[in-house]
Design a binder for this molecule. Structure first.
Ligand SMILES: Cc1cc2nc3c(=O)[nH]c(=O)nc-3n(C[C@H](O)[C@H](O)[C@H](O)COP(=O)(O)OP(=O)(O)OC[C@H]3O[C@@H](n4cnc5c(N)ncnc54)[C@H](O)[C@@H]3O)c2cc1C
Length: 444
């Protein structure tokens, strides 16, 4: 059997690796971005000089041949689902398959702004985006980034690392406040400004001006203010990268529609990762999720379905992590920007530093629902267990040192957090003293 996979991102590559582990099927992975799989989340570190492209590849180049995974560096322009055939855009070749996995990822959004296709206007998604940015960089004095989210802030940090002036236009009244509760979002507003990024809130792009030679030279805001710039970064979200499939029989809404087994409406065709949309998402999850680890889980799950037994997609407890400039962020379970009626939201913030912990729990049962941490690293496996087991928030507070990632090397704030909880809810909880590890016994 020949399995063709379009897309060599985390989803497609995980599927390929696991299909190989489970079977002897012929596997072809097609991608037009890079010949080999690399970590997209590390794009910023290549630009900032922390890593080379080679370091972002998950596997040595010989790995693919040794594991009989054929890499095809080409672009699929169309699919004939009836004859099970892929056609490539830059030559007349085609490839037939028995089963097809579509894992084509996302593409940056553009909302029809005048000037959005000028040179110097770009998103930050692909290796090609990074190359364009690198080429333009010597000419950039001032960059305007449109959109207030994680990728916009990464782009701002990248440009600041090369001493460029950066303005961020955020339509909302506070950074990423559609996702983060007010306290977190306001803390980040401060942190961004401390990094000398000109954060403009309630600011909307109206048009991008042309310098007369097809290059962006300024942005005009809805307020009619004009800002001269040489780069306009469009980081206003992403959409499923499926435009080349729109005229086919494949059912697509905001992504390629799949059932619990990641099957599309067409027999022998599956979709995973950023480009798919779950018809019946698992409880508490969104139909589309553009995140690294869910793509990985989908790839692994689908390999089982294709090679051994039909396996449902079960992503488990939601988690994500990121860095907002210097602040590490982790989130587990559900923490909405505005809690639902049954949810009590308790948070503790360090009086001076950008360190914050929020615990969301059910008002009547006190069962934990979600946690946000900023500036403190927590242990994934501990939170995963607490959330899966519906643990009470008070049992968690008593045992909070258990979740501290590395108490030997990071300051601990558990005592302040429990005291603040006691003061807020009139309780008298006492923390269990943490078990001393080998290192602390050795050095203390
Ligand atoms: C800058 C940045 C930072 C991020 N940081 C985080 C983070 O901290 N945490 C997190 O969870 N997520 C993060 N993400 C999101 C995460 O990287 C994505 O969710 C994940 O990479 C999606 O994987 P995928 O395999 O579904 O698709 P992709 O990685 O997009 O791979 C799809 C591949 O298919 C190729 N392709 C598409 N169409 C065709 C075609 N017709 N023919 C041939 N090839 C094609 C594409 O070029 C691409 O190489 C970040 C994303 C970006 C851009």
């Amino acid at each position: 059997m020949h399995i063709a996979i379009i897309g060599n991102g985390i989803s497609g590559i995980t599927a390929a690796r696991h299909i190989r582990k489970l079977s002897d099927h012929k596997i072809s992975v097609i991608s037009s971005e890079t010949e080999h799989f690399y970590s997209r989340t590390a794009l910023m570190y290549i630009y900032m000089g922390h890593m080379k492209y080679e370091h972002t590849k998950g596997y040595e180049d010989w790995f693919w041949e040794k594991n009989r995974i054929d890499l095809v560096f080409n672009h699929v322009s169309s699919i004939d689902f009836k004859s099970k055939k892929l056609t490539f855009s830059n030559d007349s070749e085609s490839l037939t398959y028995d089963k097809l996995i579509i894992a084509t990822g996302s593409a940056p959004n553009k909302f029809g702004w005048p000037g959005q296709d000028l040179n110097g206007v770009q998103g930050l998604y692909s290796m090609q985006d990074l190359e364009k940015l690198e080429e333009l960089s010597p000419k950039i004095e001032h960059a305007v980034i449109v959109g207030g989210g994680l990728i916009g802030l990464e782009l701002a940090e990248m440009l600041k690392s090369r001493n460029k002036e950066v303005t961020m236009l955020v339509r909302e009244s506070s950074f990423w406040n559609g996702v983060l509760p007010a306290a977190e979002s306001e803390m980040l507003n401060e942190h961004i400004k401390e990094h000398h990024i000109d954060l403009r809130l309630n600011a909307e792009l109206s048009e991008i001006k042309d310098d007369g030679a097809g290059n962006a030279s300024a942005v005009v805001l809805k307020s009619e203010e004009t800002l001269d710039c040489q780069l306009v970064g469009l980081t206003v979200g992403v959409h499923a990268n499926v435009s080349f499939l729109k005229e086919t029989d494949l059912e697509i809404d905001r992504g390629i529609l799949v059932n619990e087994y990641l099957e599309t409406n067409i027999k022998d065709v599956y979709s995973i990762g950023d480009c798919c949309q779950h018809r019946n998402p698992p409880v508490g999850r969104r139909p589309t999720e553009q995140i690294w680890y869910t793509g990985k889980i989908m790839g692994e799950t689908l390999a089982k379905t294709i090679c051994s037994e039909p396996t449902k997609y079960e992503p488990g407890v939601f988690y994500n992590s990121a860095k907002f400039l210097d602040i590490e962020y982790q989130t587990y379970g559900t923490v909405l920007a505005k809690p639902e009626d049954n949810v009590e939201s308790f948070y503790w913030k360090h009086p001076e530093k950008h360190i914050l912990v929020r615990l969301n729990f059910d008002k009547s049962s006190k069962t934990i629902i979600g946690v946000n941490t900023f500036g403190i690293r927590m242990r994934h496996e501990v939170w995963d267990k607490w959330l899966s087991n519906n643990t009470s928030v008070e049992d968690i507070l008593i045992d909070l040192p258990k979740a501290n990632f590395d108490p030997e090397f990071f300051a601990t704030y558990e005592q302040d957090i429990i005291s603040h909880y006691n003061a807020t809810y009139g309780t008298d909880l006492k923390q269990k003293s943490p078990k001393k590890s080998f290192f602390s016994k050795l050095f203390n």
